[in-house]
Design a protein around this ligand. Structure first.
Ligand SMILES: Nc1ncnc2c1ncn2[C@@H]1O[C@H](COP(=O)(O)OP(=O)(O)O)[C@@H](O)[C@H]1O
Ligand SMILES: [Mg+2]
Length: 231
């Protein structure tokens, strides 16, 4: 298996770590078979990629063999944000290559320098990735990965922009909607939830992100798993 080094790793804040513990607990109580989860949002910048990454770290630290799939083929931030490079200095083979039949899944899953954490990066640029998620290769790939990992997180593009997440989500055991506090209103979140339900996705709940806690001695933003929007 190829490997990558993620060089830009800042320790999660106390609040982030606590929130991720709560999220992991809630996900585990949402059903026994829930091991493949799509992270969605209404719009970009909600914090999907950040939450996906922090979930990966949290699950890995808790002893799960965890895989993060970067499925935002249009706006991937993973390698730039975390300074991730392949240890063999070759370019990444990733999801786009596998789904287009140009690469093997075994070459596209990378072991990371975080113990227990694995990543499936985007790989090659494709102009219109949507059809790739509707193909048989995608579901076959997920079946293989399901048997290899204890938990899989799929970071998806925003529901309000492209249809990809609505195609991806029904193939998962659950979907989580990341909601950026004060940036979207309840109706938009409700629409996103209904969109997911219509395609048969199992909506687990929301993560309320970028919450600013006035009286927190740590200050700043953090995220918490919200039951506010649970239906
Ligand atoms: N809880 C948070 N605390 C601080 N910054 C955050 C938080 N969540 C997201 N951000 C920042 O907001 C921006 C968008 O987050 P990102 O995860 O890329 O969103 P998305 O994947 O939904 O487009 C990034 O700069 C990220 O660092
Ligand atoms: Mg993102």
């Amino acid at each position: 298996m190829r490997s990558i080094t993620i060089s830009d790793l800042k320790e999660p804040s106390y609040e982030m770590n606590e929130s991720m513990n709560v999220l992991r607990t809630n996900v585990s109580y949402s059903g026994e078979g829930v091991k493949l989860v799509a992270i969605t949002s209404v719009d970009e910048n909600a914090g999907k990629s950040l939450i996906s990454f922090e979930m990966m770290r949290n699950y890995a630290a808790a002893g799960y063999k965890v895989l993060l799939i970067d499925a935002d083929l249009r706006k991937s931030v993973f390698s730039a944000r975390y300074g991730a490079t392949a240890d063999d200095s070759q370019k990444f083979i990733g999801l786009a290559d596998v789904l287009s039949g140009q690469g093997e899944i075994n070459d596209a899953v990378y072991k990371t320098n975080i113990p227990n954490a694995y990543v499936l990066p985007i790989g090659s640029y494709v102009q219109n990735p949507t059809p790739l998620f509707s193909g048989k290769i995608f579901t076959a790939m997920l079946d293989v990965l399901r048997n290899t990992f204890d938990f899989i997180i799929i970071d998806t593009p925003p529901l309000g922009r492209v249809i990809d997440a609505a195609i991806i989500a029904p193939n998962c055991n659950g979907s989580i909607i990341v909601v950026s506090a004060n940036e979207v209103d309840y109706r938009q979140v409700n629409d996103a939830k209904n969109q997911l339900l219509r395609v048969g996705a199992n909506v687990l709940g929301c993560v309320l992100n970028k919450v600013v806690e006035e009286n927190s001695r740590y200050g700043g933003h953090y995220s918490r798993y919200g039951s506010e929007y649970r239906y």
